[in-house]
Design a protein around this ligand. Sequence first.
Ligand SMILES: Nc1ncnc2c1ncn2[C@@H]1O[C@H](COP(=O)(O)OP(=O)(O)OP(=O)(O)O)[C@@H](O)[C@H]1O
Length: 388
Amino acid sequence: MTFVAASADVSSAAGQFESDSPASSAPGVAVRARVERGTDFALDVDVTLAGRGITAIFGASGCGKTTLLRAVAGLVRPQPGRVVVNGDVWQDDAQRVWRPTHRRPLGVVFQEASLFEHLSVQRNLDFGRRRVPPAERRVSLEQAIDLLGIAALLGRSPAGLSGGERQRVAIARALATSPRLLLMDEPLAALDAPRKAELLPYFERLQRELDIPVCYVTHSLDEVARLADDVLLVDAGRAVSHGPTAELMTRMDLSLTQGDAASALIDGRLEAFDATYRLMHVHFAGGVLQCLQAPGTPERALGQRVRLRVQARDVSLTLAAAHDTSILNVLPATVRSIGDDGPAQTLVALDVGGSTLLARVTRKSADALQLKPGQSLFAQLKGVAVLD
Ligand SMILES: Nc1ncnc2c1ncn2[C@@H]1O[C@H](COP(=O)(O)OP(=O)(O)OP(=O)(O)O)[C@@H](O)[C@H]1O
């Protein structure tokens, strides 16, 4: 659900008290919020998210992700509630502080880009920016236009833009207000796969070049893997777990390992490039992985950080390392734990030099190999995807 048209929610609360916000020195996005929705649902969280980078807010439909964003934005009023963004207090009942949405320096991007249809792209950008006093402008209009690659669209009317272009304009408009926090509610959900792929690099660039924390609601594990530094898992209105993406994605007790897309993330550095076979040699704590350099992607500098994703279904296990195999990546590993994965399969968590990999193997194979925690074996990686 997107969170447009929220004014009715806050009207009952607005005006009770509004105060200038005191500062608090703690970094991070601290949210303590209880919000009741009808008779059946209550959001009840108390978390401090990272004050930088992208935090994915992930959970099943109806678990309260959008309600959480709305609470942070002040579009609903948590009672009790406390929202502090990198030291800036937006709500604190204990101190009688409540800043209405229009006084919170935040940018919001919805699933459907809600642009002003009667204004050109340029005027859409100007509109948001005018609200920000010059002294508080930290992102220039030129920077926002350049980051989202929309210079050629400025004279156009939103009605003539593609879905991906509209979303880029919406993000640039949000950035042009120099937000201290960006809230994104499934910003790619309305786009088809090629358009999603087109937009992802813009999110990455935005993260690299601007230091604005992002709360990013998504259902997509692919987006979590690709974009998120941290994940907040929400279930039935509660924060179930919160931490670095690579860690949570391999936790067998959490929902991120369920389903076909279960995978592990590995952070490494480009150690060498084999131009003959177009293979990157990526060094990480567990050894060196050889990964194909995708056609059309720019060459990377040696030493550059590379994030890799290895799907559990692409990892097989063997007790002895085979050398006469077409599989390039065979790594020594230790079984950490073995979990159920439906009636016929198991999910095996492996320690590879301190990094965790997941392998999905049939129960029959697990029995044949007599898999057990602590066992040494070899992981064969059939596919390794380079994420950034
Ligand atoms: N205005 C409202 N009045 C009553 N109930 C609401 C209202 N808005 C949301 N809810 C309920 O609150 C719960 C949480 O909704 P929310 O939109 O936050 O979930 P979500 O995790 O974002 O879901 P989705 O992934 O489907 O968008 C749901 O059960 C929803 O039906």
